[in-house]
Design a protein around this ligand. Sequence first.
Ligand code: CA
Length: 437
Amino acid sequence: MPLDHTHDPQARSWLAAAQAEGCDFPLQNLPFAVLRRRGSSEAFRGAVAIGDQALDLAALATTGAVTGAARAALRLAAEPTLNGFMAAGPAVWRGLRRALFGLLREGAPFEAAVRACLIPLDAVEYQLPAQIGDYTDFYTSLDHAQNCIRILLPQGEVTPNFRWLPQAYHGRASTVGVSGQRFARPLGQRLPPGASAPVFAPCAAMDYECELGWWVGPGNAAGEPIAIAQAEEHLFGACLLNDWSARDLQAWEMAPLGPFHAKNFATTVSPWIVTLDALEPFRTAWTRPAEHPQPLPYLELGAQRARGAFDIRVEVWLHSAQAQQAGRGPVRLSGTSFRHQYWSPAQMLAHHTAGGCSMHAGDLLGSGTISGPGPGEAGALIELAHGGQQPVDLGHGEQRGFLQDGDTVILRGWCEAPGAVRIGLGECRGTVLPARA
Ligand code: CA
């Protein structure tokens, strides 16, 4: 889509907090989530973030502020899950974005009625934004792949197929949770160093993976692939995603079929989904070094070359139990940009469906760990701490080779570009609890 008035950097909201320095949710963002007042027994419903508030779309639907075609879109987006809205496609998403922008803009009509539909963000609790039918996690950062290979197999190389196709494994939708997720350290099989038989025990090498989650829109019927040229019409938007990883279980079980126990106990997503329309000013060229294999035709598109990547900044922070008890804040572990990823979201979706696999509204695609080329740009602790051999210093006498019980990992994401208003993805936090007895 071209930029339109909803990207105008001069546009302001009548809600002053939307213009606050560093605000994730200015008027130009308008991300979607599903929430209710915290501690209430209210029904969950769709909402849009503005400044430090959530605009309750179910409440808004009871007013006369939204009319015409956007009113049907509003009803879909107000439901207890966003699946129906996601299935409706870009024209419907865009229509509601423009209607809400018009209502929240300075000087808009119905300000009092719309203001009555706001709930402070610090007074809400979230639910997963959609019922996830299927969850697939990709592996699309060449820097992450190379870092991991160097740690696990010093003489090893990234397998040749990495440069030809977006690799992925099928994850579990059943244990995807929304930010705030707390989960027990998993038990599983691992092979102790030098042992000839595995033990069944709590994971001793807990890790996180900083990723984006891409939510699928309309989707496709089985046997009818989504072409690369149409792929973005089937992507509703992005959130932050933490693909928690039990490295010791993974090392033992992964050959030859891939991650299983190592990944299936928990995956955490941020509650707010930033739409592709909101991300439009932060697109950038998707490039492939000339000496690397170039994509096969079904993964190649001029428009992808020009603007298929997204400059979405991500950061990982760790808040240890000790720091929380001492009243200290979290420690920043790393930061990079999603623009370094070897494959674009459109290529991931086109490849996913190319063999005939069907996708449905609310399906979730993990981007794969986002690691950049420089030091301090790694999206997993295994890379930062070199497989646990060079623990990361947290200060105050704390170090981490892998995560400890009580650790809270916080992912943050935002976009900045010249001529655009900064937008954010909010945060994704999750906490490792002790293994069950
Ligand atoms: Ca992953």
